[in-house]
Write a protein that binds this ligand. Structure first.
Ligand SMILES: [Zn+2]
Length: 100
């Protein structure tokens, strides 16, 4: 694999149980996987982490039922009344992007 570029992403999270919101910053190292596709590795403070949409826990109530949104903290957060079908659409879109 060849290191191609690094970008910065801010992810916003909302707990589906207590409605707490928070955000986390990631550095994303993008690679060409050698087969014409792009792969990405997420890092925080120089350490590789799990992808930002995976395996998060609410800091308030410790529920694992957390939704993740990519974007900027200052933008409106589409968190209310989102259906399960939209979650699946987000997952399939991320898969098409080769994010995981
Ligand atoms: Zn919570």
């Amino acid at each position: 694999m060849r290191d191609m570029w690094t970008s910065h992403e801010t992810w916003v999270y909302q707990c589906c149980r207590c409605s707490a919101t928070w955000h986390e910053d990631y550095d994303v190292r993008h690679f060409d996987d050698g087969h014409g596709r792009e792969a990405a590795v997420y890092q925080q403070a120089g350490q590789q982490t799990t992808p930002p949409w995976y395996d998060h826990e609410c800091p308030e109530c410790h529920s694992a039922n957390v939704r993740a949104f990519t974007g900027f903290w200052n933008e409106p957060i589409p968190v209310r009344n989102r259906g399960h079908a939209e979650d699946l659409a987000l997952v399939s879109r991320l898969r098409r992007m080769g994010a995981y």
